[in-house]
Design a protein around this ligand. Sequence first.
Ligand code: CMP
Length: 134
Amino acid sequence: MGTTAVEHLKALPLFAGVSDDGLARVAAVATEFEAPAGRVLAEIGQPGNGMFVVEEGEVAVELPSGGEAVLGHGEFFGEMALLIDEPHSARVRAKTDVRCIALSRRDFSALLDEEPRVAVAMLPVLARRLRGAI
Ligand code: CMP
């Protein structure tokens, strides 16, 4: 990521509890990518390769129930496949042009080990996603 990477990460609630050293480690391994509206970023039934945080724009999660969840700045996706080592539970596509941060499976796992606050920050989001599914 660029020189302002730590500042970028700090602005995301997911990383709010992470020390500057921790953020520097995340910035060193995270990659940023842009995708045009319509691009599929995670496909239902496919294995997960990474966890993604939306920096700019919006993605649509096509829920198997038929509904759609829209995720924007600071929200993350792709985590479920990594946490339980099962295929993606939904298709995620860019609803607008998007810029996202990507963490590989291995780096995501290391981040949770080193910065448990990230895992804690994910819990209410996961609870809300689960509640939406039951
Ligand atoms: P994963 O199963 O890896 O791939 C699809 C992703 O969509 C999933 O991880 C979550 O990141 C996201 N997702 C699944 N269900 C919901 C939901 N109810 N609301 C928002 N995002 C969801």
